[in-house]
Design a protein around this ligand. Structure first.
Ligand SMILES: Cc1cc2nc3c(=O)[nH]c(=O)nc-3n(C[C@H](O)[C@H](O)[C@H](O)COP(=O)(O)OP(=O)(O)OC[C@H]3O[C@@H](n4cnc5c(N)ncnc54)[C@H](O)[C@@H]3O)c2cc1C
Length: 507
């Protein structure tokens, strides 16, 4: 192989994992090239809340948490079970605190506690505050010219809102890494440059082929390659091949998350796992044909094709998504299902956290995604469900609201359910005409199946042997959390942790 250039570490992708991998490797004195296939840095991570679930980290400790790692592990192990190796789970749990300590040594990084209840509130040691931190906001002006290289948030990118002066959440996270990396001359970050192929010689990855505007370049690596290129949620063919429920229209990642680097890993003998898995959510169906990740339902009721309520509307979004998938697969639910609510807010749906501005309700009405009726019977006819069933569902819900207890689906029992309703049961009667229904489908925050790794993020082959020089993190890696989403901040937190472990291993 004739190489065009050489570096110690090649990082593929610029979300939370890619940024951590590049930053840690560069800070440890290694020469780094980071390639990002799209025209902006940040990936899904730049759309995200930037929350990270990292138990016992110094930010939580300073805020007074005296939890031990063993206590947090009881929760995590109970929720994830044995779907992923215990050693991998423990690597995630143990490395979160050292990672944050390491980052906080650099003034470019500041974090704050952002209480966010764990997603399985009845599991042992579930925390009502969570183990969740977020980056401190960052003035956009601090980024200077780098600002134009940062992927905007969803409101800016998809709903056309003006760029914010203050970067929050995932914007602040990626912004802080861009700033910190700009001070490291041994880190070279390239946009519009995609990994297309890995080069393996014997048991070792020795380099890769990347494709940019100037054509293909062959980059040799001294230490290794970190694949942190997100999931394959926008690759319809891969979704079908691996049986991932949902479609690309419900995928929240940037369109550039197509799984090419995962396929490049498979092509050189890497093993994969969890390939039918994603981080799921109910998806608000939009006039442009997408279905977006939506949370914070503090009123209304989900109604199926029979006019019946079928689940706890306020349960953590991935559990909600899994419930919806289970019902679809059992033939008990068809899409769309409907969020039925009354007119107490002048027709606005009881959604506290749409993740992307809902926009003009008239557009939904024109697209048939929002329907109304003067009575529940009229609404039932418009959404094609039996009127008596819809009326009975509303009556039953209204009784639960009066008594403060959802006897059917236990809505509001867990701390997370009540997080968007000021601690009160997240329910309201459906009683004030006119009545409305908004169409829902399935959305995902990204796929979470990918390259199988050991506890140092080293990619394994199908015999369980390490492929030297190849690492994976984030949604390119078979998720440490297996078939569960234990708490807000798991995707970003684990992406950061395994990229950190990869870079440390190479350093
Ligand atoms: C609205 C929203 C809010 C969320 N909030 C949170 C939260 O607060 N906390 C949390 O933990 N999770 C959150 N999530 C989920 C989380 O954002 C993602 O799971 C996580 O950011 C994925 O990170 P990553 O490092 O794996 O990849 P990504 O951030 O998706 O980055 C992958 C990058 O790789 C690039 N890439 C792809 N292919 C190639 C290639 N061939 N060559 C080079 N580059 C390539 C992509 O263009 C992309 O920029 C949220 C998701 C959404 C949509």
């Amino acid at each position: 192989m004739a190489w065009d250039e050489k570096c110690d570490v090649l990082v593929v992708g610029s979300g939370a994992g890619g940024m951590v991998g590049a930053y840690v490797a560069a800070r440890e004195g290694l020469s780094v090239i980071l390639v990002e296939s799209s025209d902006r840095f940040g990936g899904t991570s730049a759309y995200s809340g930037g929350g990270a679930w990292l138990p016992c980290n110094p930010v939580l400790k300073r805020a007074g948490s005296d939890e031990t790692l063993e206590e947090a592990a009881v929760y995590y192990h109970a929720v994830v079970g044995d779907r992923t190796p215990r050693a991998l789970q423990d690597a995630y749990l143990e490395a979160g605190a050292p990672l944050i300590e390491y980052l906080e040594q650099d003034p470019d990084f500041e974090f704050m506690v952002y209480p966010w209840p764990d997603y399985y509130g009845l599991a042992p040691n579930a925390s009502a505050e969570g183990r969740h931190i977020m980056p401190m906001p960052l003035a956009a002006s601090e980024l200077g010219e780098l600002r134009a290289t940062l992927r905007p948030n969803l409101a800016e990118e998809r709903a056309g809102e003006a760029l914010a002066d203050e970067l929050l959440g995932g914007q602040a996270l990626i912004g802080r890494f861009l700033l910190a990396l700009s001070k490291r001359p041994n880190a070279d970050l390239r946009r519009e440059t995609a990994l297309v192929e890995l080069v393996r010689e014997g048991d070792r990855v020795t380099g890769a082929v990347v494709r940019g505007v100037g054509g293909d370049r062959r980059i040799a690596v001294e230490r290794g390659v970190i694949i942190a290129a997100g999931g394959f949620e926008h690759n319809a063919e891969m979704r079908t091949r691996y049986g991932v429920p949902g479609t690309t229209s419900g995928a929240m990642g940037p369109k550039s998350n197509t799984g090419v680097p995962i396929q490049a890993g498979i092509a050189i003998g890497a093993d994969v796992d969890l390939m039918d898995q994603a981080w799921w959510s109910p998806g608000l169906m939009r006039p442009d044909g997408s279905a977006t990740f939506t949370l914070g339902f503090d009123g209304g009721m989900f109604i199926n094709q029979h006019g019946q309520r079928f689940m706890n509307e306020s349960v953590a979004y991935d559990r909600a998504g899994r419930e919806i998938i289970g019902l679809l697969e059992a033939g008990k639910l068809t899409l769309p299902f409907w969020l039925v609510y009354d007119d107490r807010d002048g027709g606005a749906p009881p959604i506290q956290f749409p993740n992307q501005p809902i926009g003009n309700l008239d557009d939904y009405r024109a697209a048939g995604l929002l329907r109304s009726g003067a009575t529940l019977a009229e609404l039932a006819a418009r959404i094609d469900v039996p009127a008596d069933a819809l009326e009975a569902s509303a009556q039953r819900l209204n009784g639960f609201v009066e008594r403060g207890e959802d006897e059917d689906f236990h809505r509001g029992v867990e701390a997370y359910d009540r997080m968007f309703s000021e601690g009160k049961p997240p329910m309201d009667t459906v009683s004030r005409p006119p009545f409305h229904a908004m169409a829902f489908g399935l959305s995902d925050l990204g796929t979470k199946g990918g390259l199988r790794t050991d506890e140092n993020a080293r990619v394994l082959d199908s015999n369980g042997q390490v492929i030297q020089g190849l690492y994976a993190a984030g949604n390119s890696m078979a998720a440490v959390s297996g078939e569960a989403y234990p708490g807000g901040g798991n995707p970003v937190g684990s992406s950061m942790v395994f990229a950190y472990l990869a870079a440390r291993d190479m350093a």
